[in-house]
Design a binder for this molecule. Structure first.
Ligand code: FAD
Length: 531
């Protein structure tokens, strides 16, 4: 048995033969290793038309001292921080089964806590029918939709799994490993931009539920937490919409960014929270082939590369930052509403990413002090205002307001669509998107589209189509927690994930779920908070 070392930044041509990697490793080491496996494969497309694959490889060598420049392969295996003590008065409750609640529940279950898991929505198969009900028939179920129900907001998504959060304890590896065990493609363990797609996510969420139940966890769907009992600054119980009271000393609050009624209830109960910045804008669609050509040149269409993505930022002259958000290559724009009369867009794709259009949010940062002063819930009022404007501009039927880029730039309403057909269902209404966004956002997005066209020629294509509005980019508030993971003024309440303002995206929400379960385990067992 040798020792594992990590080799980084091996660069090979896109079409290299399989043996070229082994040769490159041997050349770097001065001799072939005993064994190797790929830790990460990415690509460098900065020189258009000459895409290079980049590898990080773990190599097994007999004599590590012969390679002083190489670091040992990090140990990424997961170890729970503490086991549940015997005789715990109440089992912990996890509210929400999105990525945050799911991973909090898994870690608690693996640590012997037998958590009770509550979600206002339905189990994922039934939820899928309700979600499609809005897309196909224009019927919204406010308790079972893209935002609410088993799997949370990311279930009907592109399933992008990369994140920029700091992760010194490799919790992201635990997330990926569990996802693979639950049915995700193995490649997510090593490709630099892993994604899963909607179809498999549904199966994975079910499979993880089975695992949590086998470990003693209990799920209850259709259970909306409508109240929380707090006595002397500590949680005593949660109360369901049915009036049922469930006693609890430890509650993980993983409710996502769309649980506006729950935010209001927590605020009324005095749980400490503050307004935070988020972003608002539109979703734009281009032919995927245009993005592929711009990003990959002659390598466009190569199976290793798949459908190209992009990430764009522009600092507009009015002081606002505009950036691309949740880009979905080869995907569709979806109706992401959860409240009647309030229209929201987002994007999703299947694993194959082979739909005709690329889509992404093009969003502008907004801040509490300047854009929605007035307390922790003011950002929600701001979101609702623009979602209502979008619903009205679309004609009040769940059709989304849409506009060709050429018309948007020329400051005139669209009266028809062009070559790029919008993928949003149940349909779109050509109109003026300036009706659905604050003026500063419209001005900043116009400037940004012209700037983005320099990065991606064709980005300001006249027939590219925009739908709106994109308001649920992240939580409009933060439920403040201390170093021990508990709410700063409510003991036993563990605000977590995207809704509490501690994550943005599937991976970061899942990692936060793990951290929160660990924080809870530390509090229960009297261990000091994590450093
Ligand atoms: P959520 O996933 O929002 O889960 C919250 C859960 O809490 C829900 O299941 C809800 O039903 C439940 N709940 C809320 N209130 C209550 C209550 N009072 N009582 C009981 N239950 C309650 N991120 C990515 O990283 N990659 C992507 O490709 C991606 N695509 C997306 C596409 C779409 C269409 C959407 C909507 C989001 C997408 N996201 C994506 C964002 C991602 O889904 C979220 O960041 C992530 O799901 C947040 O996880 P969470 O667990 O914190 O909250």
């Amino acid at each position: 048995m040798g020792v594992m070392l990590r080799l980084t930044d091996l660069r090979l041509p896109l079409d290299h033969p399989p043996e070229a990697l082994a040769e490159a490793i041997a050349a770097r080491l001065g001799a072939p290793p005993l064994a190797f496996h790929i830790a990460r494969r990415g690509y460098d497309a900065r020189a258009r038309g000459r895409v290079v694959l980049t590898y990080t490889v773990d190599v097994e060598v007999a004599d590590p001292a012969a390679h002083p420049g190489l670091r040992p392969t990090p140990d990424t295996s997961y170890r729970p921080v503490a086991a549940a003590p015997p005789g715990l008065r109440h089992r912990p409750i996890v509210i929400g089964t999105g990525p945050c609640g799911l991973f909090a529940a898994l870690i608690l279950a693996e640590s012997g806590f037998r958590p009770l898991i509550l979600d206002r929505g339905k189990a994922v198969r039934e939820r899928t029918k309700d979600t499609w009900g809005l897309w196909r028939q224009g019927v919204l179920n406010p308790e079972s939709n893209v935002q609410f129900g088993e799997g949370g907001a990311g279930t009907f998504s592109d399933g992008k799994l990369w994140s920029q959060v700091k992760d010194p304890l490799h919790h992201g590896r635990k997330v990926l490993t569990e996802f693979v065990q639950a049915g995700a493609p193995e490649e997510i363990l090593f490709v630099s931009k892993p994604h899963i797609g909607t179809f498999r996510l549904v199966q994975m969420v079910e499979s993880m539920r089975a695992k949590i139940e086998a470990l003693g966890g209990e799920y209850r769907f259709g259970c909306r937490v409508d109240d929380i009992e707090i006595v002397d600054g500590a949680v005593q119980a949660v109360v369901l919409h049915t009036g049922e009271r469930i006693a609890a000393d430890h509650v993980v609050l993983a409710i996502g960014h769309s649980a506006r009624d729950t935010f209001a209830m927590l605020h009324a109960r005095g749980v400490e929270m503050v307004a935070k910045p988020f972003s608002i804008g539109v979703r734009i669609e281009h032919p995927q082939s245009l993005i592929d050509r711009a990003r990959f040149g002659t390598a466009a269409g190569h199976p290793i590369l798949g459908a190209a993505d992009y990430r764009l930022v522009h600092h507009a002259s009015n002081g606002r930052s505009v950036y691309s958000f949740c880009m979905c290559p080869g995907g569709t724009v979806v109706a992401a509403a959860s409240e009647p009369g309030r229209l929201v867009t987002n994007g999703m794709s299947q694993y194959s990413r082979n739909e005709r259009n690329a889509n992404a949010g093009i969003v502008v940062g907004v801040e509490p002090e300047r854009d929605y002063p007035g307390g922790p819930l003011a950002g929600i009022a701001f979101q609702r205002h623009w979602e209502e404007a979008a619903f009205a501009a679309g004609g009040g039927t769940w059709a989304a307001p849409a506009q060709r880029v050429e018309d948007f730039l020329a400051e005139r309403p669209s009266t028809h669509l062009g070559e790029v057909l919008p993928s949003y269902r149940p349909g779109v209404t050509p109109t003026d998107l300036a009706r659905c966004l604050p003026e500063f956002a419209v001005v900043a997005i116009r400037e940004a589209l012209r700037a983005f066209d320099k990065d991606i020629p064709g980005f300001a294509l006249g027939d590219a189509v925009m739908t709106g509005v994109e308001t649920r980019t992240s939580s409009p508030l933060r439920i403040t927690r201390g170093d021990d993971g508990q709410s700063v003024n409510t003991r036993g309440l563990f605000p977590a994930g995207e809704g509490a303002g501690y994550a943005g995206g599937i991976m970061s929400a899942a990692i936060d779920g793990i951290r929160t379960a660990e924080a809870l385990a530390r509090v229960v067992t009297g261990l000091p908070a994590a450093p």
